[in-house]
Design a protein around this ligand. Structure first.
Ligand code: ZN
Ligand code: ZN
Ligand code: ZN
Length: 494
C-alpha cells in the first residue's frame, strides 16, 4: 500500500501516537469507576489483567434471567436505511410521535418510492462498495432516504393501499386508530438548530445531544450555509458508501465540543490567562482528556483489520484495503470541509479516523429498539370478538399495506462503554437482551445462568452454536483466539 495520502498523519505523528496509546491501567480504572458511579451499575466492576485486558466482573450473585446492568449510549446512530421504517429520538432512540404517525409516515415515505433497504449498510457494504451513486437525486429534505431508482414506479406500495390523503391525516393525527392511546409515545421535540433531520423525545434529549455533538453537525438555519452544504455532502457520501462514517463524525464532533468545554472551564478557573487561549496551538493534554472515552475502546486501523468479503481472491487483498482507505479518506476530506478545528487538528488525520471507524466495526455493538407498532398490531390481534373485528375494519388496510415489514425495529450502531469491556465466551453467562420495558437505546445485560460473586461476566460476540472452526474464524476478525471452556473441550487434538 502507498504511503498515507493524508498530510496530517505525518504532521501530527506525535499527537496521534499519544491519542492512540493504550491508557495506563490506573487511568482505565479511574475512568470506569467514575462511569459506574454515574450510571449506577454498582453490581459490576472493571478489572484489568495482562492476558485479556479489560473484563467485567460481578460484585454480587445473580440468578438466571436477572438484570445485571444497563449501559448508556456514548455515541450512536440509526442506520440510514432504517430511517424510513422508524421515527425515533436522535438521542435515546425511543420511538416518538404516535402509533398513527409511525404507520402513516412509513407508508407515506414508501409511497414516494423511497426504498426500504433491508440490510444495514456497514455490514454488507464490502460486497457492494460501488453501490448506489444516486446521490444527485437527493435533496436536503431527503438526506437520509435513498430514492429507489431501480424500481421507480413499481415500489412495494400497492394499489389497494391507503391513499395519500388518508396517510396524511394519520400523520397529522386527524385520524386516530382504535386503542392507540394505550401505546402513547412521547411528543416530538424539534432540533434546537432547526434542521429537519434530528428529532427528539424530550427537551433534555434535544439539549444534551446539541451540546455533546449535534451543534457542529446540524444543517439547520443556525449554521452557516457553507458548513450546511459541506455536511450535506459528507452525509450523502456516507449514505452511499458506509454509514459508519456518520458515527465517526459524531465521535470527532463530540471530542471537539468536549475539548472546548474543558478549555473554557480551565480558562474560567485560572486567574491569569493561559498562554493557550490566544493561540491556535493544540493543547494536547486537554485533547487527550476530551478523547478519553474513546481512548478506552480497543481499535486498530480499519482498512488493515476489516474482514475480506468471502468471495474475494486474496491476490486483490492489498488493492481492496487500499480502496477502503481511500474511501475513508474521501469521507474525512468532506468532514474536514464541514467542521475542521485547527486546535483539534490531529483528530482529522486519516490515522485517527481509521481507528475510530474500526472501533465500531469491531465492537459490533448493535442498537435495537422494539417497535410499538408491532405491539399495537399484536394487541389488536389478541382482542376478543367482536371488538377485534370492529377494530380491524380500521387497522387492517394499514397492516396489509405494511406487509411483513410492520414489525421492523429501530436498528443502528452504538458505542456502549461498559458493555464494550465484556469479554467473549462461547458458553457465556450473560447476553444483551431487551425486555418489554426497555424502550430506548440503552443496552441491557441479563444473566443466562447463575453468576457468583467475583465471576467474570461474558457474552458471545458471535453465534456460539456454530462449529468450533467457524467460531474461531469469526473471532479471528476480533483479533483473538478463543480458549473458553467450550473451545478447550472442542479443540481438535493434534
Ligand atoms: Zn430521547
Ligand atoms: Zn439539527
Ligand atoms: Zn470459545
Amino acid at each position: 500500500m502507498d504511503a498515507s495520502p493524508c498530510p496530517l498523519d505525518t504532521k501530527y505523528a506525535n499527537q496521534i501516537a499519544a491519542l492512540l496509546a493504550p491508557p495506563s491501567p490506573q487511568t482505565i480504572q479511574e475512568y470506569y469507576e467514575g462511569l459506574i458511579q454515574k450510571e449506577k451499575c454498582h453490581a459490576v466492576r472493571i478489572e484489568i489483567n495482562t492476558e485479556h485486558g479489560k473484563g467485567v466482573f460481578s460484585n454480587r450473585k445473580f440468578e438466571e434471567e436477572e438484570l445485571i446492568f444497563k449501559d448508556q449510549i456514548l455515541v450512536a446512530a440509526q442506520h440510514s436505511s432504517n430511517k424510513v421504517d422508524c421515527f425515533v429520538c436522535s438521542s435515546c432512540f425511543r420511538f416518538i410521535g404516535s402509533v398513527e404517525l409511525q404507520i402513516g409516515r412509513k407508508l407515506y415515505l414508501q409511497s414516494l418510492g423511497l426504498s426500504v433497504k433491508k440490510e444495514c449498510c456497514h455490514q454488507t457494504f464490502s460486497n457492494e462498495k460501488t453501490a448506489s451513486s444516486s446521490s444527485e437525486s437527493q435533496n436536503e429534505d431527503h438526506l437520509f432516504f435513498q430514492e429507489n431508482s431501480d424500481n421507480a414506479g413499481q415500489s412495494s406500495y400497492g394499489e389497494n393501499s391507503p391513499s395519500k390523503e388518508v396517510l396524511e391525516s394519520l400523520m397529522n393525527e386527524k385520524l386516530s386508530l382504535p386503542f392507540s392511546k394505550q401505546f402513547s409515545l412521547p411528543s416530538i421535540v424539534p432540533c434546537p438548530g432547526g434542521c429537519e433531520e434530528e428529532y427528539y423525545c424530550s427537551k433534555v434529549c434535544a439539549d444534551s445531544n446539541w451540546e455533546s455533538m449535534h451543534s457542529l453537525l446540524c444543517t439547520g438555519k443556525s449554521s452557516c450555509s457553507l458548513r450546511q452544504a459541506a455536511i450535506v455532502k459528507f452525509t450523502e457520501h456516507a449514505n452511499s458508501t458506509n454509514d459508519i462514517f456518520i458515527l465517526a463524525a459524531k465521535v470527532i464532533s463530540f471530542t471537539i465540543l468536549r475539548y472546548r468545554r474543558l478549555k473554557q472551564s480551565l480558562f474560567e478557573n485560572s486567574k491569569r490567562p493561559s498562554s493557550h487561549n490566544s493561540t491556535n496551538d493544540c493543547n494536547l493534554s486537554l485533547l487527550l482528556e476530551a478523547w478519553k472515552p474513546f481512548a478506552m475502546g480497543f481499535k486498530r486501523r480499519w482498512w488493515d483489520s476489516i474482514a475480506l468479503p468471502e468471495d474475494m481472491d486474496s491476490c486483490v487483498e492489498a488493492l481492496f484495503r487500499e480502496e477502503m482507505r481511500d474511501m475513508a479518506f474521501s469521507s474525512l476530506q468532506l468532514l474536514k470541509e464541514a467542521i475542521f478545528d485547527i486546535e483539534c487538528a490531529p483528530l482529522f488525520s486519516l490515522e485517527i479516523y481509521g481507528h475510530i471507524i474500526d472501533m465500531f466495526e469491531l465492537n459490533n455493538l448493535d442498537l435495537v429498539v422494539a417497535s410499538p407498532v408491532e405491539n399495537y398490531f399484536l394487541y389488536i390481534d389478541e382482542l376478543p370478538s367482536p371488538e377485534k373485528e370492529e377494530a380491524e375494519k380500521l387497522t387492517r388496510p394499514f397492516l396489509d399495506a405494511l406487509g411483513d415489514d410492520y414489525s421492523v425495529c429501530c436498528q443502528g450502531t452504538a458505542f456502549y462503554p461498559i458493555q464494550s469491556c465484556i469479554n467473549h465466551s462461547c458458553c457465556p453467562n450473560a447476553k444483551a437482551f431487551k425486555r418489554e420495558e426497555d424502550i430506548d437505546g440503552h443496552t441491557v445485560i441479563i444473566a443466562v445462568s447463575p453468576i457468583s460473586i467475583g465471576e467474570e461476566i461474558t457474552i458471545s460476540y458471535i453465534d456460539e452454536d456454530l462449529p468450533y472452526e467457524e467460531r474461531q474464524a469469526l473471532l479471528a476478525d476480533y483479533g483473538f483466539k478463543c480458549s473458553c471452556r467450550k473451545c478447550r473441550k472442542e479443540q481438535p487434538s493434534r
